[in-house]
Design a protein around this ligand. Structure first.
Ligand code: DX5
Ligand code: ZN
Length: 212
């Protein structure tokens, strides 16, 4: 069963509860939360207060936190305390990546690694045993509403061939027209920002992407 994770970055910031509720009513069970620091990526989004407010109002949802920040190690405890279920950091950051992944697991959360388009999967091989989730970026991270770069989907097969058995998530530019292709390349989770939040019929979108 494919998982679909709407990305709250695409919600109207003054109506997050309303917009998320609409997608929960349409069948969403996971929320993807893009945390940006204006340094690792050229944009700013929201922080742990958004995560804790969503945890409070949507206690049943899985909260999938994607840290696009240069110093994730300083914030793992903060996001765990805010109510994240899964915490993903980028493989490009400086610091002790195995230690950070181990810390996430020690906090009782699922640990994820994400890759910008230019970063090769082979560089991540040593870290795979410490990951529960891998998040392949199919756009340059920082902004919603970009076009998916299909050649990056080959990273999914590379991860499986390297023995990775966890969640394979894809992030960036996914919608009705390409979700089938993304699944066929091996994704087990689809992150959807613009397509989900702007959809006139999100239930049909989710069911259409779930049916292969
Ligand atoms: C981009 C973020 C994505 C983004 C996806 O940096 O990581 O999660 O919100 O949005 P869409 O689906 O609009 O590309
Ligand atoms: Zn994301």
């Amino acid at each position: 069963m494919i998982e679909i994770a709407p990305s709250v970055l695409a919600a109207d910031p003054l109506h997050v509860h309303r917009d998320v509720s609409r997608l929960v009513d349409a069948g969403a069970r996971i929320l993807h939360l893009d945390i940006m620091d204006g340094h690792f990526v050229p944009n700013l989004s929201f922080g742990p207060q958004m995560v804790s407010a969503l945890r409070r109002d949507f206690p049943e949802m899985t909260l999938d936190v994607h840290l696009m920040i240069s110093n994730p190690g300083s914030y793992l405890q903060v996001f765990a305390d805010a109510g994240a279920d899964e915490i993903t950091l980028h493989g490009e950051v400086k610091g002790d990546i195995p230690l950070m992944l181990q810390t996430i697991r020690r906090l009782g959360k699922k640990a994820g690694l994400s890759l910008k388009p230019a970063t090769q999967v082979a560089e991540m091989h040593p870290f795979l045993p410490a990951c529960d989730l891998f998040l392949i970026m199919t756009v340059e991270p920082g902004f919603g509403g970009q076009k998916l770069m299909p050649e990056l989907l080959d990273k999914l097969g590379e991860l499986r061939r390297a023995g990775f058995e966890g969640t394979l998530s894809v992030d960036g530019g996914i919608g009705q027209d390409n979700c089938r292709q993304v699944r066929q390349k091996g994704a087990t989770r689809l992150v959807m920002g613009t397509a989900a939040f702007l959809s006139e019929n999100p239930r049909a979108l989710f069911e259409g992407c779930a049916a292969l």
